[in-house]
Design a protein around this ligand. Sequence first.
Ligand code: TPP
Ligand code: MG
Length: 399
Amino acid sequence: MANVTSTKLEFGHRRAVYVDIKSQLGSFPIPEETIRLYEDYDMIYRTLCGILYNFAPKSGHPGGSISSGRLVASLLFNTMDYDFSDPESLEADIISYAAGHKAMGLYAMWALRNECARISQPDLLPEDKFQLRLEDLLGFRRNPTQETPLFARYRAKALDGHPTPTTPFIKLSTGASGVGVPASFGLGLGAMDLFGAKSPMLHVVEGEGGMTAGRVSEALATMATAQMWNTRFHLDWNQASIDSDFVCRDGDEPGDYVQWDPSEFCYLHDWNVIFVENGHDVHQVLAAQEASKERFNDQPTAIVYRTVKGWCYGIEGKKSHGAGHDFCANGSVSTSRSSVMSQPSPTSRNPSGRRSARSADCLKTTGRSLISSAASWQDRRTAWPLSIGRSGRTRPTWE
Ligand SMILES: Cc1ncc(C[n+]2csc(CCOP(=O)(O)OP(=O)(O)O)c2C)c(N)n1
Ligand SMILES: [Mg+2]
């Protein structure tokens, strides 16, 4: 540029605010025991995802299901206000997986939650048809005509490859990229229309790849302009899609799909943004969701969690999108021996300068761990942070 001087273009005035939760952690002291329980729960959840991949067999999306585990567990056990016994309740907070391909995760999470309730507070359970039981996971990617003996013996529910309202707590079908976000936001508009100032909250789960479709931009603009304060957009930013490990621009590195990062994109549209530098750090995740309960203003709020696709699964990034380990294969057994504690932050850079989608071997997800952890739940009944109730708002478990 010989004859012109460039200047920096800043965002103009926004009503929205931006918060980096890492700088606010001191305001959210969370007991170690609570954090450990969420970590144990996530280990079992990841194991279930690994097993489900082999049920169909070798079908489903382990990578994005696993990377969203901690943010969804925190939603279900701490943040959302709903009646576990009444999945049909209109007053309840809503969760919608715009990222419909994470269905394997959704089913594993719902079944695990059901199991927690069965072990610790069975009177919470609604009638069978409203439960998603562990046994129902036998129906993953099956249809009702399935004739295998266990499917028949346990009367397993057929669970579609993408979520549908036949699954308890699910309000709409999702799957095609770009469709889930606007359709899910419609649930927020409906809730606001029906309940006004007393609207339940809408929680939408999406990945950065799913955000790149044009209609997502229109939907974000609409929600901010209409000041839909009841909406929370949970972004599992693992930076990997089906065919790229560098979807968005990240720092100085251009993206393969788009040149924004999810925080900028949401803030551009006048959404409040809470950035979670490590979406696998339970403290950061719980703190961010706790902070999001405050109504900063009338704008909707996005929580952007930096994660690793296939975290602790032994296969990472785009390779874990729709592929995984064979059942009991060498890869799965060897990676299961290392510890989750060696996991670096998702934002740490690799030598090439690009943020790494790789990590140390850290899989701790063996069937043996699953069984022993499940058994130890029995002893932990009183300590388990299961704050789902029959009515009333869920309370932070560290209060
Ligand atoms: C219209 C459309 N095109 C292609 C696909 C195939 N597809 C499934 S998931 C996905 C990308 C998902 O990436 P991301 O949103 O980042 O999810 P995550 O990394 O969390 O799995 C694509 C392209 C689709 N579901 N819909
Ligand atoms: Mg992704």
